[in-house]
Write a protein that binds this ligand. Structure first.
Ligand code: SAM
Ligand code: SF4
Length: 441
């Protein structure tokens, strides 16, 4: 039987797409290969959000050139955002690539593989304004037996001035709520206990359907008996509704963890980014959520050194991190993306200054998170045991409902179960705990 190997770059949505692709391939008789060198088909699922993500793929394609030289029969395919952005250019630059499938085009894989077997001609399938196509959820090959990613909305209509995603993933398109419920019921029957609903902007869910929104969907998912935890991301700060906050506050299975990308603490920069909120509006939203849900936690994304950012703007972002005290901050230095409005903005600040700002924010966040971790010592948390600590095989790893990472000694048989864990030590990026007992939810 032919073997496949998929390498995934980028966000959770890409991880979810790779699970679909694996399912399609297995329905065609392919089996997974742990080692890339032993595969007959290698697929790269790519990301274009930052230049560095693309450079990683270019590096990997260089490696694959050698493998293809050794094995002419090896098939190499690229899908995801870079495939959509670069199309034929990928084959021109890397002639050892056999096929390129733009956004959502991986559903054509069966036909593409058949045609490659027949005549070995290169294939590029990518259309402007790509439209999502569904994959039968019964064939998806999930990485994990008890947790699942569930895309609920594809694309993005926001066009933040720095971001390439809307150009590559097309217009927002919500999935049919009945299909989503059927998929989650099917997963619950198979032992999945935690689902994470995915979208570039989950709060837009249903706007194109007209009679349903994210809050309604969450209430329906909450009724599914086997599902014990529900997460959702990413929320757009401008779109979080009072109705949604109320639903999260009153439905215990919905984890009170919010991923709310702030991007910058300066109103001038937020305006130039086209984000649609001011820092004070953002802060008021966090305060509103904290007032309703005192146990809520927050993570965010920050872009450092957006074109035209000055010391004063950077200090505003610094102040925002100090004031809000996020659980996690994904920091990234601004990366110029072709075709986006910000790519034509003046960007006079040298990279060294941006790196200095980045390091300063990173150090600040380390202090904030360590203090937060210290304050958790002695607390008892409900943790879903997710797997073995790769650095210490005696320990399991798991997450609290607030998405905090905890390591604790426990039997591997407990993976996939909920445990009450007492926090006994604060580390920089994680917590150490001791398991008290299993909890039956
Ligand atoms: N839709 C989500 C949102 O509203 O922010 C996130 C999607 S985006 C793929 C993930 C993160 O990548 C963004 O929050 C942003 O911080 C970062 N990002 C996007 N474009 C970027 C760029 N050109 N340079 C640096 N970071 C960027
Ligand atoms: Fe990109 Fe903004 Fe859409 Fe997020 S909301 S995907 S940052 S355009």
């Amino acid at each position: 039987m032919p073997k496949y190997h998929i390498i995934t770059y980028g966000c959770q949505m890409n991880k979810s797409d790779s699970e679909k692709v694996a399912g399609i391939l297995e329905s065609l008789g392919y089996i997974p290969s742990e080692k890339m060198e032993e595969a007959d088909l290698i697929l790269l699922n790519t990301c274009s959000v930052r230049e560095r993500a693309e450079e990683k793929v270019f590096g990997k394609l260089g490696e694959l050139r050698k493998l293809k030289k050794k094995n002419q029969k090896l098939l190499i395919g690229i899908f995801g955002c870079m495939a959509q952005r670069m199309k034929e250019e990928l084959i021109e630059k890397f002639p050892h690539v056999d096929f390129v499938l733009g956004s959502y085009k991986f559903t054509e894989l069966p036909k593409v593989l058949e045609s490659l077997n027949d005549n070995n001609k290169k294939i590029v399938l990518a259309e402007d304004n790509p439209k999502p196509e569904e994959v039968d959820f019964r064939i998806i090959r999930r990485e994990n037996k008890f947790q699942a990613w569930i895309p609920i909305i594809y694309g993005c209509n926001n066009f933040c001035t720095y971001c390439i995603v809307p150009y590559l993933r097309g217009k927002e398109k919500s999935r049919d709520p009945q299909e989503i419920i059927k998929e989650i019921e099917h997963l619950a029957n198979q032992g999945v206990v935690e689902v994470t609903l995915l979208g570039q902007n989950v709060d837009s869910y249903g706007k194109d359907l007209g009679n349903v929104d994210l809050a309604d969907l969450l209430v329906e998912i909450h009724k599914i008996p086997g599902i014990k935890r529900i997460r959702f991301l990413t929320s757009h700060p401008r779109d979080v509704s009072d109705k949604l906050i109320n639903v999260v506050a009153t439905h215990p299975k919905i984890c009170p963890h919010w991923h709310l990308p702030l991007q910058a603490g300066s109103d001038r920069i937020l305006r130039r980014m086209g984000r649609g909120y001011t820092y004070n509006e953002y802060k008021a939203l966090i305060e509103k959520i904290r007032a309703k849900i005192p146990r809520a936690s927050f993570s965010t994304d920050i872009i450092v050194g957006f074109p035209g950012e000055e010391e004063e703007d950077f200090l505003a972002t610094r102040r925002a991190l100090e004031e809000i005290k996020f659980d996690t901050v994904n920091l990234a230095i601004y990366s110029k993306r072709p075709g986006t409005p910000a790519a034509s903005y003046d960007d006079p600040v040298p990279y060294e200054t941006k790196k200095k700002w980045f390091d300063e924010l990173e150090n600040l966040q380390r202090k904030i998170i360590y203090e937060r971790n210290l304050s958790m010592i002695g607390k008892e948390e409900l943790v879903l045991a997710e797997g073995v600590n790769p650095k210490n095989p005696k320990e399991l790893s798991g997450r609290t409902e607030n998405y905090r990472l905890v390591f604790f000694e426990a039997d591997r048989k407990l993976i996939g179960k909920f445990l009450l864990v007492r926090i006994i030590e604060a580390r920089l990026w994680s917590l150490k705990g001791e398991a008290i007992r299993e909890v039956y939810l």
